[in-house]
Design a protein around this ligand. Sequence first.
Ligand SMILES: Cc1cc2nc3c(=O)[nH]c(=O)nc-3n(C[C@H](O)[C@H](O)[C@H](O)COP(=O)(O)OP(=O)(O)OC[C@H]3O[C@@H](n4cnc5c(N)ncnc54)[C@H](O)[C@@H]3O)c2cc1C
Length: 556
Amino acid sequence: MNQNLPYILCIDDDPQVLRALVRDLKSQYREQYRIISTTVISEALESLLELRNKGEIVAMFISDQRMPEMEGVDFLERAMEYYPDARRVLLTAYSDTDAAIKAINSVQLDYYLVKPWSPPEERLYPVLDDLLGNWQSVYRPDFRGIKVVGYQFSPKSHSVKDFLAGNLIPYQWLDVQSSEEAGKLMSLNNLSQKDVPLVFFEDGTFLSNPSIIDIAHKVGLNPQVKLDVYDVVIIGAGPAGLAAGVYGASEGLKTLLIERRAPGGQAGTSSRIENYLGFPSGLSGSELTRRAIAQATRLGTEFITPQSVKDIKQKDGYKKVILEDGTEINTRAVIITTGVDYRQLETKGVPDFTGAGVYYGAAMTEASACTGMEVYIVGGGNSAGQAAMYLSKFAKNVHIIIRREDLSSTMSAYLIEQISGVANITLHPKTEIAEAKGSDRLGQLILCNIDTKEQQEVHADALYIFIGAKPFTDWIALDIIKDEKGFIKTGGDLHNCEAFKRIWKQDRDPYLLETSCPGIFAAGDVRAQAMNRVAAAVGEGSMAISFVHKYLSEVK
Ligand SMILES: Cc1cc2nc3c(=O)[nH]c(=O)nc-3n(C[C@H](O)[C@H](O)[C@H](O)COP(=O)(O)OP(=O)(O)OC[C@H]3O[C@@H](n4cnc5c(N)ncnc54)[C@H](O)[C@@H]3O)c2cc1C
């Protein structure tokens, strides 16, 4: 049966009549409609709620008038709350025709059908054909899939959208304040504003105020660890981790990739990567991620997401990777590819609006919400430049705030040229943000000129922050040597560290991407001296696997 066909719902408390009706309907309409039926009104109403939550469509109700639980007219009135556009047909005995005529006005009845209706070719199908044809002409298919109901400027709603988008799960965003459908779904399910964000799933169920892990379980992410011991566990599924996953699995290693948020890392948030080899017209970060996940999965890499690694321990030559939920995973080697995150802007007011107008990184999920708005970007690197180009397609104006005099020392020439050609992007050099203000969301920024100290209050709907990079390494407790900023030192670089001689007890030197703990490697942006490029991260992730092979051959 085609799962996308609209429904015809029939109800009659007499099972014999109902069977006859369903038989006649199926013989004529089964190719275009799904026919469902019940003898019990409460069951029908329950089904309607479930169908509505799933985003299914009902084209027509056919209801008996005289039923013990409720009259047909009253049922049709209730049914209208769920599907106001569905056609409504009342089945009546001859003696009930008065009630049916009254119902034409009260429930905008489309037709009343006097029982019996045989032969259907003459007394049933012509009428229903006409009503269904009429319904088809006004019916517009609804979005099918996950629906997220929430407030545009709620941090919790933002993190739900961010998670779904980052994991390439399509969803429809319904703003509580402006979407009729949001209001309808809430009232049908007796939900109030304290229950948002709400996530409605395709199976008709919903979660109220869910955690990301709850959503992940529901959409089939976050599977259980399958093996007792892996050859290599990779921590972080940015370009470096994904490349390590592809090479590890393709070279026969039992490979597990763990990601805290959504695969793709920083690159996954990029609107356009112009310089990745083999894509002459560029590609978006989400497209690169989609391809990489498909490739790694096809080759046999297992994924666990969303789960953070909170510790690595060594035991009897094995490594134990400990997840945030306490799960322990045994592995023979580890590759740390946890990349970097943006530094937090601690300026007065900014932390208060994070997720409510203030966003770190690209936050492409919120881009369309910037339509016609005044958007500010802090930072002068390539990521800030790409975000400015992308947001300029939606926003009324995009303002780039930088402390330097110009962008020449921080941004690629091609991006500077692109930005200067866009009329609604303005650069504010020698400027910093002194304060963020607003009520329940960001409303204004106070800008300060670094030289003159002159301050100016501007209206700001959104602020995107792209300042400095901080490696995701605070969680590492093992003897893994890091530089003063927290980036992991590897290979020959370790010889310059005082602690190295004390920690390293092997007869050989550490491999190029090996940390001060044998069998634990680091690749990509998290590594000290990294190149901070997608291609470099991919290269290092792939290289790390060849060192894993060397290490595993030693410890066999
Ligand atoms: C907006 C933007 C645009 C960019 N554009 C370009 C470009 O055009 N060209 C280019 O070459 N480079 C570009 N870059 C840089 C490039 O994206 C990075 O150099 C690259 O993503 C680094 O890859 P990585 O795998 O080392 O780390 P990341 O991409 O930072 O990935 C690290 C991953 O590890 C996860 N993680 C962190 N801690 C944990 C933990 N404890 N447990 C589990 N998972 C964890 C993170 O969630 C993340 O997904 C851009 C960067 C940004 C932000």
